[in-house]
Design a protein around this ligand. Structure first.
Ligand SMILES: [Zn+2]
Length: 213
């Protein structure tokens, strides 16, 4: 099954994707990971991506399409894939139709309050990088890292205002894509407002959508 995953930051898409990948034996392919990997390896492509990102620009449709076409031609993606972060624009959505026609789009949605609560409750250890959550994964002693005893901090990115702004940007960017796939009757909405302890409820909705597609 060729599946596209859509969903705002903090919606729980990554956790669901990992489970679906295992269940359906399909690779979870995240464009951001591929880009980071190329930059880390210092390839020609990586250099181009780094230059673009450092200027604060988005990687062009042309470059993104070329990278994804190459990735999706690998043997592990032959029988299907879960795509994360691609396509991101209509031009990309039209291009993938030509080389790896997708069959289903799972759109993970949760109300804003839930997302903000999830992301703003995150705390990180400034020393060892361990991640906690005030509600879902609290440290044994409030504000102190279990692993190294250092003080936990709230990252600037996890500030409510910053999160809210990120969500606005995401929605604005994704709107055309949502209506594109709605028109094609490829879109299935997955309610991800459940806590991650009820991830089974989210996976069940995905299973139903996959069966129907
Ligand atoms: Zn620590």
């Amino acid at each position: 099954m060729r599946i596209i995953l859509l969903g705002a930051p903090g919606v729980g898409k990554g956790t669901a994707a990992a489970m679906l990948a295992q269940k359906y034996k399909a690779p979870h392919i995240a464009t951001g990971d591929i880009f980071k990997d190329e930059i880390r390896k210092g390839t020609e492509l990586g250099k181009k991506i780094r230059e673009t990102v450092e200027k604060g620009n988005l990687v062009s449709d042309e470059l993104t399409n070329a990278v994804m076409k190459e990735r999706l031609s690998k043997p592990d993606a032959k029988d299907g894939f879960l795509l994360d972060g691609y396509p991101r624009t209509i031009a990309q959505a039209e291009e993938i139709e030509r080389f790896a026609k997708p069959g289903l789009v799972l759109n993970f949605v949760a109300d804003r309050k839930t997302i903000i609560a999830r992301l703003s409750g995150r705390r990180v250890c400034a020393k060892c990088g361990a991640i906690y959550h005030v509600a879902n994964n609290p440290p044994k002693k409030e504000g102190v890292c279990d692993k190294c005893g250092e003080k936990l901090i709230k990252r600037k990115d996890d500030d409510e205002k910053v999160i809210s702004n990120r969500l606005d940007v995401y929605e604005e960017q994704t709107k055309p894509l949502i209506s594109h796939y709605k028109k094609k009757k490829m879109l299935a909405e997955i309610n991800s407002s459940y806590g991650m302890e009820k991830i089974g409820m989210i996976i069940r909705q995905c299973d139903d959508a996959i069966k129907k597609a």
